[in-house]
Ligand binder design. Structure first.
Ligand SMILES: [Zn+2]
Ligand SMILES: [Zn+2]
Length: 338
């Protein structure tokens, strides 16, 4: 993980001078969770250094917005608030009009819908803001909830892990089932190998999840941050269902390819969108793993088609002779488009 100093160094404009005042302001800002007004930040800075002027804080805040260190948010209060983007993914807000507290969430379904609308209108979207105004549970019921939101970074890592774990579980179920129904011996061993890999990786993800819970014992009861409707049950769940309806070996491979491709795209797309964070790393590592599974399955399907061409096609000896040998087929196959 990139430390804050490296993060700032990277953002500093070429030739930009270091300023100890600015560094202090930025460091104080990065330590805050939540959404600060400019005046909140002035108060925090004054606690550390009385001599820093309001104008300097304002200027630095603007610099942080321009440099991408801070995001400006408007909760309809007549003034802007600021949140830092260091290890803090883009997100949407729920804003309580009684207590002015805001909490954060992210939803792939909302984002997909925004992209769909923008594409349909040939609109080059740059930024989208979703804010839900209303009354929070605490204000509605008049009692404090026992656990707060907690740091977004932890919630994000927790939810990214939950989704990755659900995907691994559904993948494991899929490959175990595929290995049971596949008659072709080589295809069976490929499915077994993939099932074993999913199981091993599942173990690692579950261990990481436990470590995360150790960092914050209340983490499990904190509110959901990432909403992924389609992914919640595991991206392989539909594929596993199709397998149980009875399919042949080639079809089983094709379903596996579809699932892996969908999974690879999902994790890559969202992983790339997140700011640097553990959640991002979990997604991108997972995307890579899914890609290697996808490539393996595509090679296997090609090899199976070469060994057992479809009955209607001509199977002249010249074709059979031209078919590449097993190991070559693997090396020679092109990388799949993902
Ligand atoms: Zn409230
Ligand atoms: Zn926020």
């Amino acid at each position: 993980m990139e430390p804050p100093s490296a993060y700032l160094e990277r953002l500093r404009p070429a030739g930009g001078k270091r300023s100890s005042k600015r560094d202090l302001i930025v460091n104080v800002f990065l330590r805050q969770e939540g959404h600060l007004s400019a005046d909140d930040l002035v108060d925090l800075i004054r606690r550390e250094d009385q001599k820093i002027s309001r104008a300097t804080v304002y200027r630095t805040l603007q610099w942080m917005v321009d440099a991408g260190v801070a995001r400006k948010v408007d909760f309809g209060e007549g003034r802007f608030r600021f949140e830092h983007s260091y290890r803090h993914p883009r997100h949407f807000h729920l804003i309580c009009k009684s207590c002015n507290k805001s909490s954060e969430f992210l939803s792939s379904d909302i984002e997909a819908l925004i992209e769909e609308v923008a594409a349909a209108r040939h609109f080059a979207q740059r930024q989208s803001v979703v804010q839900i105004y209303g009354t929070c549970e605490e204000c509605r019921l008049g009692r404090r909830s026992p656990v707060g939101d907690g740091p977004t970074e932890l919630l994000f890592a927790r939810d990214a892990l939950r989704i990755a774990i659900a995907t691994e579980r559904s993948g494991l179920e899929f490959y175990a089932r595929a290995a049971r129904i596949t008659r072709d011996a080589r295809g069976r061993s490929v499915f077994r190998k993939l099932a074993a890999e999913e199981e091993e990786h599942l173990g690692k993800l579950e261990a990481r999840y436990k470590e995360l819970l150790a960092e914050d014992p209340q983490l499990e009861s904190r509110p959901t941050f990432l909403f992924f409707k389609g992914a919640a049950n595991g991206l392989f769940a539909d594929g596993a269902k199709q397998l149980s309806e009875g399919v042949d070996d080639k079809e089983a491979l094709r379903i596996g390819i579809r699932c892996e491709r969908g999974s690879h795209r999902f994790f890559k797309r969202y992983g790339e969108r997140f700011e640097d964070s553990e959640g991002k790393r979990i997604f991108l590592e997972f995307a890579d793993e899914e890609r290697s599974h996808l490539e393996l399955l595509i090679r296997e399907l090609r090899a199976l088609v070469a060994r057992k061409p479809a009955p209607k096609r001509t199977t002249r000896t010249t074709r059979a002779a031209a078919a590449p040998s097993r190991s070559k087929a693997g090396r020679r196959s092109r990388r799949p488009r993902a």
